[in-house]
Design a binder for this molecule. Structure first.
Ligand SMILES: Nc1ncnc2c1ncn2[C@@H]1O[C@H](COP(=O)(O)OP(=O)(O)O)[C@@H](O)[C@H]1O
Ligand SMILES: [Mg+2]
Length: 371
């Protein structure tokens, strides 16, 4: 009997929602399908606006909360239709929600995701597990990253130490030592695609730099790279997580403004690629026994970025997770299907050594969808 779950992930890139259909009936979860459903551009604009302080935030957030849930519901139902699966065959949906603020430090730290799970459950008729980060934060953790437990469940190897690199809007790594007894390590390394996308949009009008072709025509500016690498996040110890609150266009422009010469926009783009790859590689290389590195997330489709990463990590074998049977774009959505499965089966979804919480916990809030 198949045990089907849906996973929904819309990350910091705000490009849309990835929806994955996963079967957990076997010891190894099987990805049956994954598709991306873009946000309508007006909703995407609103979500970008909500990601930074602005006017009338509460009302805007309340409305976007329901609008996002409608997109999630349409995505879920379309994915099921395409796979000839009925809603009553799905055990539960794991819905991450759209992060509009992630402030994991200071008093009353918090992480806020929207996409009302009650609306999603009502529109689909499927039980929904959502709000995965808050239990971990209540336990003193950062609430992020949450994918490492899933990476361990599906990508760990008993004979080879591996690192999984997820390059979404923000990039995160998971170190999976070959010996099962060792604690896994995982944290956000800093910007993945978020600055690349923002700068590309500003100068070319395109949402992202297809395959990194625009950046690939120029070389990075070493002085600007050094300046950007001076952000205190990069040298802070783990556990740590970050978001658009720290890495955004105003931060980049402030750094450009402090330089005494003008830098060509394409050179800036090439420098941002180096910022992403250098800050990831520096963290990966500190794990001395790593033999294999697997990339996932939309950044794995940026060929220039992958080439640069390959040259920084020349000591290791570099693959995309496609080689392990999970296409790079589907990993995070599949992880949230797994977190729903973990909730239903009382399995801990967080790892204390990763998030800094006092202990790992069963994550998520349950919203019934069946009549
Ligand atoms: N063909 C491509 N060429 C270059 N970059 C790409 C390509 N496909 C996806 N990306 C990058 O991946 C991003 C989406 O990655 P994703 O893993 O969905 O991030 P998030 O989880 O933050 O939404 C896009 O915004 C873009 O920067
Ligand atoms: Mg995305």
């Amino acid at each position: 009997m198949p045990q089907l779950y849906l996973g929904l992930m819309s990350g910091t890139s705000i490009d849309g929602v990835d929806a994955a259909l996963v079967d957990f009936s076997d010891s190894h979860p099987r990805l049956l399908d994954c598709q991306t459903f873009p946000f309508p551009s007006s909703l995407s604009d609103e979500l970008h606006q909500l990601s930074a302080p602005s006017e009338n935030e509460i009302e805007l957030m309340g409305r976007a909360d329901r609008a996002v849930a409608e997109v999630f519901a349409e995505a879920s139902l379309q994915l099921l239709k395409d796979n000839y699966v009925r809603p009553d065959q799905i055990k539960a949906i794991g819905s991450h929600g759209q992060t509009i603020r992630h402030i994991p430090f200071g008093e009353h730290s918090f992480s806020l995701q929207i996409g009302d799970p009650n609306t999603l459950a009502t529109l689909t008729g499927i039980d929904v597990i959502a709000d995965f980060r808050r239990k971990d934060i209540a336990l003193g953790g950062q609430g992020a990253p949450l994918v490492p437990a899933f990476h361990k469940a599906v990508f760990a190897d008993p004979t080879k130490s591996r690192v999984v690199i997820n390059i979404g809007g923000i990039a995160n790594i998971t170190y999976l030592p070959k010996r099962d007894s060792d604690d896994i390590i995982g944290y956000d390394t800093g910007p993945g695609n978020t600055l690349l996308d923002a700068w590309c949009k500003l100068h070319t009008g395109q949402n992202y730099d297809e395959k990194g072709q625009w950046a690939a025509q120029r070389s990075a500016d070493p002085e600007l790279l050094q300046l950007l690498c001076g952000h205190p996040y990069f040298s802070a110890p783990a556990p740590k997580s970050t978001g658009r609150e720290q890495f955004n266009l105003p931060w980049l422009e402030q750094n450009l403004g402090s330089m005494t010469r003008h830098i060509d926009p394409q050179v800036v783009q090439a420098t941002l690629v180096m910022l992403t790859t250098y800050t990831i590689a520096k963290q990966v290389l500190q794990f001395k026994d790593v033999e294999q590195v697997y990339i996932c997330g939309g950044g794995a489709r940026n060929e220039f970025l992958v080439e640069e990463l390959e040259s920084e990590l020349h000591e290791c074998e570099l693959f995309t997770t496609d080689e392990l049977g999970v296409e790079a774009d589907a990993v995070e959505a599949m992880a949230f299907a797994w977190l729903a499965y973990a909730h239903v089966n009382n399995i801990r979804g967080s790892v204390a050594s990763v998030t800094g919480a006092t202990k790992g916990a069963v994550l998520g809030t349950f919203c019934p969808g069946r009549e």
